[in-house]
Design a binder for this molecule. Structure first.
Ligand SMILES: [Fe+2]
Ligand SMILES: [Fe+2]
Length: 290
């Protein structure tokens, strides 16, 4: 590690699909071993760990992190993606047969989100009595700088008309209120602040009319509210995934990083080096071929 800098690795959209996909799991092992060897201080995974909302895939991530001695709040932060919480086939079947009511659907969704938080509780809380939930803020104190990670859930339940692919996102009002608390905002003062969620601020459109018709099904519905919150928190950078593109862009002076997809490029990852409040570099690295 360069003296005085904090090194963060950013991975996204693993879309694991069970133990049978040995190629992808060994690629994950290789990348995690690289992070350890390179002395990364922290790893951020911005959602879609599983491809089909299977806790068995979450367990693969947990096992791999444990194997490399990384399964700890200080070492790794994860947020949920739509593919972690929503199984489209199941949703449709469930909707048709049993559950046409929005309130019930929201209740089941919240239960699912709690399952994710409980599963990864060691990465959300540091073992105190706090119930693991979103949003959460993690402050990591390094000799040169304190880094605060403000993690929000942006996954929104599947609804047949409003969220037909389960891929549309929203930051709940409750989360926005929680973060707007003056004590919370004060705790971020002097920290290098990283905003984190699964969905993109940017609407990834194409020129093809047929694609434009589908743009909204992937969007973060209340992205302007999200941006307002990022400004209020004076974030230095926002990390996300969801659209499988390795890309950086800026919105009103705030740098955003789309972490792309590990599933589609198992050697590429984002590297952020933080030198102090407001001082950092970001680039995408490509791990050498074996
Ligand atoms: Fe994804
Ligand atoms: Fe996604």
């Amino acid at each position: 590690m360069n003296a005085g800098t904090v090194k963060i690795a950013h991975l996204s959209d693993l879309h694991l699909s069970g133990w049978s996909d040995r190629r992808q799991i060994s690629a994950l092992d290789r990348l995690l071993a690289h992070f350890v060897a390179e002395g990364f201080d922290h790893i951020v995974i911005s959602g879609d760990l599983s491809n089909s909302a299977s806790p068995a895939d979450w367990k693969i991530v947990r096992d791999r992190l444990e194997k490399h001695g990384l399964y700890h709040c200080e070492k790794v932060t994860v947020v949920a993606g739509n593919h972690d919480l929503i199984n489209l086939e199941e949703e449709m079947r469930f909707y048709n047969v049993l559950n046409p009511f929005a309130g019930l659907k929201m209740m089941f969704f919240q239960k699912r989100l709690r399952e994710f938080c409980n599963f990864f509780s060691e990465l959300i809380t540091d073992g105190n009595d706090t119930v693991p939930s979103f949003p959460f803020i993690k402050v990591l104190n390094f000799p040169s700088v304190s880094v605060a990670i403000a993690a929000l859930n942006s996954v929104y339940p599947w609804f047949p008309a409003e969220n037909p692919l389960g891929a549309r996102g929203e930051i709940s009002i409750g989360q926005l209120h929680a973060l707007a608390n003056p004590d919370v905002l004060a705790s971020l003062k002097d920290c290098f602040v990283i905003g984190l969620c699964h969905h993109a601020y940017k609407v990834y459109g194409t020129d093809a009319l047929i694609d434009q018709a589908f743009d909204w099904t992937m969007e973060l519905k209340n992205r302007e509210k999200f941006l307002e919150m990022m400004k209020l928190m004076h974030v230095d950078i926002v990390l996300h995934g969801h659209f499988h593109r390795f890309q950086t862009y800026a919105v009103e002076g705030i740098p955003f990083v789309n972490g792309g997809s590990f599933r589609y490029d198992v050697r590429r990852y984002g590297r952020i080096e933080i030198a102090g409040k407001g001082r950092f570099t970001q680039k995408f690295e490509l791990l050498a071929e074996k």
